[in-house]
Structure formats: structure tokens, C-alpha cells
Design a protein around this ligand. Structure first.
Ligand code: ADP
Ligand code: MG
Length: 145
């Protein structure tokens, strides 16, 4: 089943993320898809606040994964944009995070689809300039249920 959610500001996107963060369960995997600047990191910042993580969350630039342990459950934040090949995921031991006790969120998840657990949620964020510059359409689909 696909759910569509629309936002009109970064704050609304973060607020939507916050609600999901409040409900997230250990082992949840959110595969985030969307172009550069669409709002993936804004969304994850909302998720982090929903988990009760107080430290600032930004895109992990020099590492593939950033781990935040200070919330209700751990947040494993991946940004695989710069990944060369799948081996790099093996090297960092991605399975510990994808099948771990926290919430795994993967920016640019379409680059590592073959590694995703059979059960995950795909979250696609898109712009639609006809609806305004700050408009975002967020589509959520649960896979493998
Ligand atoms: P990504 O991680 O997808 O590359 P970022 O989250 O880093 O994107 O940046 C998104 C940019 O878009 C931010 O500058 C944010 O302020 C802006 N923005 C405008 N409208 C929205 C919206 N509705 N939701 C999320 N971000 C928005
Ligand atoms: Mg980002």
C-alpha cells in the first residue's frame, strides 16, 4: 500500500519525520529516494528528533554511516551517494545496521537496493514546481509485508 503525504515547507517535512520517529521500531529500515536537495536530510532530522536524539544530524560526508545512540532506539543514518561499489557496504558491516536493534535510514537507497532487507519501507520525496518551490510529495510504500 502506498501513502502520499504533501508538505509545503521544510518544517512540515521535519514534523512529518518526527511523527514517524516517534513510532519507529527496532529493525525498521527506511529506504530514502530522491534527488539532491529534495529534503532527505531535513526528513531524517525530523525522524531523529522524534527518536529523542538531541545532537545535530547532518549528512555523513566522510563516512557512509553515522550512528546516533542517544535516542529511544539507535538511528543508523546512511548516505550512500558517494559509494563506489557494494564492497564498501560489506566493509563497514552494513548487516549489523540493516538487521540491528535500531532504525536504519538510507539516503540514495536506490544505489544499494540489492542489499536491502526483503522487508523495508521505501520513502520517495519529489518536488513539483507547479505546486510551488517548497512543495514536496512524500510517498511511502511498505515492501515485503
Ligand atoms: P537532500 O538531503 O535530499 O539532498 P536536504 O534535506 O539537505 O536535501 O535539503 C533540502 C533543502 O530544501 C533545504 O534547503 C530545505 O530548506 C529546502 N526545502 C524547501 N521546501 C522543503 C520541504 N517542503 N521539505 C523539505 N525541504 C525543503
Ligand atoms: Mg542529504
Amino acid at each position: 500500500m502506498q501513502t502520499i503525504y504533501e508538505t509545503f515547507s521544510p518544517e512540515e517535512t521535519a514534523a512529518f519525520g518526527r511523527r514517524l520517529g516517534e513510532q519507529a521500531k527496532p529493525g525498521d529500515v527506511y529506504a530514502l529516494v530522491g534527488d539532491l536537495g529534495v529534503g532527505k536530510t531535513v526528513f531524517i532530522q525530523g525522524i531523529a528528533s522524534g527518536l529523542g536524539i538531541l545532537e545535530p544530524v547532518c549528512s555523513p560526508t566522510f563516512t557512509i554511516v553515522q550512528v546516533y545512540e542517544s535516542g529511544r532506539i539507535p538511528l543508523y543514518h546512511f548516505d550512500v551517494y558517494r559509494i563506489g561499489d557494494i564492497e564498501e557496504m560489506e566493509e563497514i558491516g552494513y548487516e549489523d545496521y540493516f538487521y540491528g536493534r535500531g532504525l536504519a535510514m538510507i539516503e540514495w537507497a536506490d544505489l544499494v537496493t540489492e542489499l536491502l532487507p526483503s522487508r523495508h519501507t521505501v520513502i520517495t520525496i519529489e518536488k513539483d514546481l507547479e505546486q510551488g518551490f517548497d512543495y514536496r510529495r512524500i510517498r511511502m510504500e511498505e515492501v515485503g509485508i
